[in-house]
Design a protein around this ligand. Sequence first.
Ligand code: PMP
Length: 394
Amino acid sequence: MSLLDKLDAVAAARKALLPEDLDIFGTPIEEVYSTTEASVGGRRILFFGTNNYLGLTFSPECLEAAHKAIDREGTGTTGSRMANGSYSGHRALEQEFSEFYNCQSSIVFTTGYQANLAMISGLAGANDVILIDGDSHASIYDGCKLSGAEIIRFRHNDMVDMEKRLKRLGERASSTLIIIEGIYSMLGDRAPLADIVKIKNYYGSILLLDEAHSIGVLGKTGQGLVEETGLINEVDFITGTFSKSLGSIGGYCVSNHMQLDQLRYVSRPYIFTASPSPSTIASTRAALKLLRDGTELRNKLWKNAHKLYSSLDKQGYKLGPEPGPIIATILDSPKQAIILWKALFDQGIYVNLILPPAAPDGKSLVRCSVSAAHTEDQIDYVVNVFATLRKNIF
Ligand code: PMP
């Protein structure tokens, strides 16, 4: 098959599965009215699939910081930090991340995707082993590929399977990099961190935890699963993103290993890409302060999450294992998922459609993401629409 034929096959597969009149995976958003509302096809829609967990994208503090930074430093850095230097904002944000996690060292990356790529490929190489959860995000899989290391998967959150695989490695277990997520992006469940830490300590492995979906969401000050469990000192490297609770774009890694700093010299996804723009860094710095003091926002987020999860559960939808800001309904087939997605969209509710192979174990998901910015009325509306659809289409 030629290179272009392969893309024609992708187009044919999409056409066979998806309704012709709807570009589900490229929905054009015409206008954004607020954190939770926008216009699509001339109609007002509710955002219920973005990861704007604390609703900070329109916070006055973040907007003001971004505006000032653009005026002062321009729209972009137009180069990598290695070649063109680090702006004061890059360095300040790294310092603020170190303080936030009370860690020795921190690096800021241009996206969360690149944070994982950079960390994994910088830490592990051709002779190393990486042990990952089967439900890991694509950035973790891609980072593993880029590293050239041997990749071993364990069944999602299955500690018996994880230990079995580590034990089989014998002496190599002590130089194995284990990678997990705080809250998993597909089903919204947490990693059993205490059990993982026990096992990794026994075998002397290194642990990297991606808090992309848990920063701002879990823990008293929003550090993530490490704070909720009190296990921050047991995790070697924490990565995460600015594109969810922090409302911008970028990624980070924090660690108490001083060697983290050396990754700047060996990690291609850090070296060979432009650094985050000044406005992005400035709004992220403002957002990090709000996140840290965001107890009220977290309470509101969890109130919304519990309400939506328990309502859909009562209505008989098959859901991910536990309540949280990611609420995935699990459908029996891609066709059913498309029907549900389209029916929600027709009622002005815009959520995520996730079909195999993007979803784990061949699952088809219609995934909602809840925000602290959602009002009670908006949550009630979504609950009622789901209830009606349950009766009418399933
Ligand atoms: N890790 C996880 C678990 C994610 O879900 C995502 C994004 N969905 C990323 C990393 C990448 O983050 P970003 O959007 O900042 O590239």
